[in-house]
Structures are given as C-alpha cells and as structure tokens.
Design a protein around this ligand. Sequence first.
Ligand code: ADP
Length: 481
Amino acid sequence: MRVLIAASEAVPFAKTGGLADVTGTLLKVFNGTAGVDAALMLPLYKGIKERFKLAETGIRLVIPVGNARHEGRVWKHDSAYFIECAEFFDRPELYGTKDSDYPDNPERFAFFCKAALEACMALDLKPDVVHCNDWQTALMPAYIKSVYSNDFFRKTASVLTIHNLGYQGIFDPTSFSLTGLGSEWFSAEGAEFYGKVNFLKAGLVSADIITTVSHTYSGEILTPEYGFGLDGVLRKRSSDIFSVLNGIDIKEWDPETDKYIPANYSRSGLNGKALCREALFKDCGLSVGESDNPVISFVGRLSEQKGIDIILETLDDILSAGALLVVLGKGDERYQSGLARVAERHKGRVFVRIGYDDALSHRIYAGSDIFLMPSRYEPCGLGQLIAMRYGTIPVARKTGGLADTISDYQSSDGSGTGFLFEDYNASSLMSRLRHAISVYADKERWKGLVMNALGCDFSWERSAARYAELYKAAFDKKEIN
Ligand code: ADP
C-alpha cells in the first residue's frame, strides 16, 4: 500500500504540537515495517531549510491560487518531500505570530494542498491513500473528489485525521475563491460554514474515512459541547469515523537512554530520577529547603484548551499545599504574562519558562513528580504519555485521550497510573491534586504508582498497524464506489 502522509508539521522537521509527533513518527514506523510504503509531504518552512540538507528533485510547479499564480519547487530528504514557496513559508513561525494568525493562511494552505497533489503527479508517486491531517491539508480529500478526480488520482482514497477539532481553518467567504473548488462546494454539504468557508469541513464531507486520536474523543466530537459547530456534520458521517490512539516515539522518549537528562533510569533502578529531580531544582532555581515537597510540572501550549486559567486559579492552593510548580510553555499573551507574574512573585517555588525548548522539556518530564493536564478537552494528548514514560504521575481531567490512557489511582489496592477529575473547574482540580500530594507523602505508595506508570506501553506499533488497516478499508471503499 503506497501512502502519502500530508501534513503541515512533522518531527523532526517542524513542530508546534502533538500533530508533528504523530505524522513524523508514523512515517518512521511505516518505513521500518512491511506493508505500507509511506512518503511525507510538508511545506518547506524557513527552519527546515536552515537545519536539514535537502536534495533538489528538479521539479517546479506553478499553482493557481485565486487569481494569482505561485511558483513552487520540490525538495527531498529520504522519504519526505518539501514544497518550497518562499513568499508563503519562509517565515519564522508555522501559522502566525503570538498576536495573530498569518492573514494569508487560506492562500498558504490552499497552495500547499494543490501543490502536494501536483508534486505527486510530477514525481509519478501514485498513492493508494492520501492521509491528511487537520484543516491545513483538509482540502486535499475535496480536491481528489473534484478538480483532481483525474486518471492519476482515480483510485486514490483519502483518510482525514482530526487531531484537534478546535482548529478548523475558518475564513471569510471571499477566501472560497482561493480554493479553486466549484461554486457547488460553497454549500451546507460542502465547505460553507455559517456564511464562511471552513477548510476542515471540506475534508470532513469528502474524505473516505475520518479518524480521531482517541476513542473517547471520537464520541465527544459528536456532541455540541465538543463539536465546535461541526457535530452535526460529523454525526452524519459517524459510520466512517474511527479512532486510533496516538503513541509516542519510545526511543526518543526513553529515560534509560535519554541524552538530554542528567542521569538515566528505569524500573530496575530509580536513583537516576532522584538525580534528575535535583538537577531540575538547580535549573529552575527552586529552593533546596523545599526538596521534600512534590514538584508539579506543566509542559504545553499556553492556550485556553489546556486549562491554564484553572492552573492560575489554583496556584495559591497549590503553594499552600506545599507543592512547587514548574511551567514550560508558549502561547496566548494573557497566559504568558499571568504566569510570568506569578513566577516573579514566588521565586524559588514557581518557575516559568516562556518559549519552546525541547531539551528543557525532557528535563522537566524526568525531574518532576506530578504532571498537570487539566485540559478543557484533549483529543489524545502526548504530555501525559511522556510523563508516565518518565515515571511522572499525571493529574488530569477525565476527557478525550486523557480518560483513555490514564488509569485512575485506587487507594484500595494502589493500582492506577494517575489521578483523574471530572468537572472543569479549579476546585475539582485541586481536590484531586490534594489526593495526589497526600499519596506523594507516603514514599512506598508513591513508588508503586511510579512503577505502574513506568510499566505502561505507549509504543506506536499497535497504532500504526491500525492505521494500515484503515488505509486498506479506505482503499476498498473507494474501489467499490
Ligand atoms: P497539543 O498537540 O495539543 O499541543 P499534545 O500533548 O498532544 O498537545 O502534544 C504536545 C507536544 O509538544 C508534547 O510532545 C510536548 O512535550 C510538546 N511541547 C508543547 N509545548 C512545548 C514547549 N513549550 N517546549 C517543548 N515542548 C513542548
């Protein structure tokens, strides 16, 4: 089966969040196993050009976007292809600045979706399945059903994965002409969404198969509470929606071999974790006098989704319960400044680093005791998986992938890998956190929890095999239709 994974980010090339882990790791896993021959298509961002040695394919494309025509060149690195278009992608960020999205995002990703299909034709890379991811590549299934339903893509099926329904690529109706889709697509059955154009919706109505990244989330998105206005569209397609739980790259995230952390450890010896903890105290300027107290961490995007507001609301309670807080994140200005102020006020007990820092994230996952994920919603979440892999116990809201991957601690028999709370508010979070802090005080019981977490298997193999099955199902479905 030949599969083209089309995405706006993938590790190790470009990453702002979990999407990149999924697409990059999937490519790696497929190309190490039989059955799926995968290639990746990405925009050539500035950062990729600077850090990777790419080979020219010699292919040049001219892509119409609205009334303009844009030139693109195709580059290659192993099985990854990159579409170069300096005016769209030679920028410091992927999607926008901290204040706003790039205003030409509809042009940028309409261009990318068309260019990716044109590149396949020019490379004679005929995929059995195009696996698209989120709104940035969601026009591709619509193109394959319409303007590109030519001979070349006649048998190509499409799979669209929703990594986060909160981001749909909704633009002014004037942007519709940029897509190049026929006017019949600007309708309730097409890309139209409350008078605007919605790139994700174009994909949801046309992909052969839709997937999401956890079982719980695949049910949640069918409800108005989590559907972001698309629950009705999704309910109509519910028989084509499947879920494949994300994994993590267990080689990249391995406390036994991790080069970013000051000492290694595993289930057979936890001394290294204590050393990582000591080093984190130094890195973050936490006061040594507090070293008996649990270190609570958060690593992630500082967005409303992630529950930063309830973290800020519980902060005084967290500190009076004797815990310390370490935060690494980047995102909305109001959260960045709110957190920075708190860190300034509580030096030695709260540390905040605003920015994206892969190395520091490893040190935090390894050196902290409790990992916070009080998300409003969480399609799958990788932070909690990485934390458990490092024996750091998640305290998380029981939603989406958090509910599917963390088993709630049971005081009766010490089973479980974390602490879950139901309601999205500061007092529910704090009450579960208090429980975690009280268990932390009992060294034996805590060690049992750490061992449970370290024993979890979040490797990609099972998920990749499931994607391979769904590619086959999409391909068969296309054949029949
Ligand atoms: P999302 O995809 O919603 O952002 P996930 O939990 O699925 O959230 O994935 C987040 C990934 O990005 C994790 O691998 C996490 O470690 C990483 N990450 C997020 N923010 C940062 C940051 N500021 N510095 C380093 N890594 C980060």
